[in-house]
Design a protein around this ligand. Structure first.
Ligand code: NAP
Length: 250
C-alpha cells in the first residue's frame, strides 16, 4: 500500500472486456489503484486505460496469459515491484470451448481447465504470501452457475468452474486466520462477448427460464465484487454468491 498514497491495489484478470472491465471501472471509482491483464485485446486494453485515466482513475494493464505459470509469476512480480502488494485479487479471466462431450477434443478441455482453473491457481499463488505478511487480502473468484448445476455442452467449463468453488472454500479455510477472505461469485447469464455468440433461440430459451425475466449486466457482478472487496465484506468468506436473476432457484 506504501507506494501508492495508501491506496489499496486491486488486480483483475481479464479486464479488457465484459465483466472484468466493469469490475475494473467500479473498483477504480471506489478509489483503488486498479490493474488488469489481457491476453489478446491489446488495443481494447489501451483504449480502456486511456478512458480510465481521463476519468481520473489510476490504472495500469499488462499482457500475460494466466494459464502460463511462469509468465504469470514474472508479470505479477513486476507489478508488485512497481506498484506494491496486490491487496485485492479478482480472478475473472475465463474462456469457453463449448461442445457436446462426444465431440469435445482433449486440447479444448485442457485449454479451458488451464485458463479457468489452473489460471486461478497461477495468479493466487503469486499474492497469498504477501497478503499473509500484511494480514490483509481479498480474493474473489469468478465461478458460474454452470459449476453448480452443470450445463449441456459445457463439461469442460462446468468442471473448471466447479473446481474454482472447491478451491475457494479450501483457501477460505486455510487463509482466514491470516486476515484474507476468499469468495466466489457464480453469475448466471450476463451480457458480454461470451454470451453474445449464442443464437437468439438459445438466448430466448434462457431468458424464459430466468425468474426476473432479464439478462444480467456486467455491473451486477461488479457491484458484488466491490461489496466483497470493501469493509462491507469483512466477515464474508468461503461463500459462493449466485447472481443469476433467480435461475439457480428454480
Ligand atoms: P469475456 O467477455 O469473454 O472476457 C474474457 C476476459 O478474459 C477477456 O478480458 C480476455 O482477454 C480474458 N482472458 C481470457 N483468457 C485469458 C488468458 N489465458 N489470460 C489472460 N486473460 C484471459 O468473458 P465474460 O463474460 O466477461 O466472463 C468473465 C468471467 O465471468 C469468466 O470467468 C466467465 O467464465 C465468468 N462468467 C461469465 C458469465 C456470462 O454470462 N458472461 C456467466 C458465468 C460466469 P482478451 O480480451 O485479451 O481476450
Amino acid at each position: 500500500m506504501d507506494k501508492n498514497n495508501n491506496k489499496k491495489i486491486a488486480f483483475v484478470t481479464g479486464g479488457s472486456r465484459g465483466i472484468g472491465k466493469a469490475i475494473v471501472e467500479k473498483l477504480g471509482k471506489e478509489n483503488y489503484l486498479v490493474g488488469f491483464n489481457y491476453v489478446n485485446s491489446e488495443k481494447k486494453a489501451n483504449t480502456f486505460i486511456n478512458e480510465l485515466k481521463a476519468n481520473g482513475i489510476e490504472a495500469f494493464c499488462k499482457k500475460f496469459d494466466v494459464s502460463d505459470y511462469n509468465q504469470t509469476a514474472e508479470a505479477i512480480e513486476q507489478i508488485q515491484e512497481e506498484y506494491g502488494n496486490i491487496d485485492i485479487l479478482v480472478n475473472n479471466a475465463g474462456i469457453t470451448k463449448d461442445k457436446l462431450f462426444s465431440r469435445m477434443k482433449e486440447a479444448d478441455f485442457d485449454n479451458v481447465i488451464n485458463t479457468n482453473l489452473k489460471g486461478v491457481f497461477n495468479c493466487t499463488k503469486q499474492v497469498t504470501n504477501k497478503m499473509m505478511r500484511q494480514k490483509f487480502g481479498r480474493i474473489i473468484n469468478l465461478s458460474s452457475i454452470a459449476g453448480i448445476i452443470g450445463n449441456i455442452g459445457q463439461a469442460s467449463y462446468s468442471a473448471s468452474k466447479a473446481g474454482v468453488i472447491g478451491f475457494t472454500r479450501t483457501l477460505a479455510a486455510e487463509l482466514g486466520g491470516h486476515g484474507i477472505t476468499v469468495n466466489a461469485i457464480a453469475p448466471g447469464f450476463i451480457k458480454t462477448d461470451m454470451t453474445d455468440v449464442l443464437s437468439e433461440t438459445v438466448k430466448e430459451n434462457i431468458l424464459n427460464l430466468i425468474p426476473l425475466k432479464d439478462i444480467g449486466q456486467p455491473d451486477d457482478i461488479a457491484n458484488m465484487v466491490a461489496y466483497l472487496a470493501g469493509d462491507s465484506g469483512r466477515y464474508i468468506t468461503g461463500q459462493v454468491i449466485s447472481i443469476d436473476g433467480g435461475l439457480s432457484a428454480i
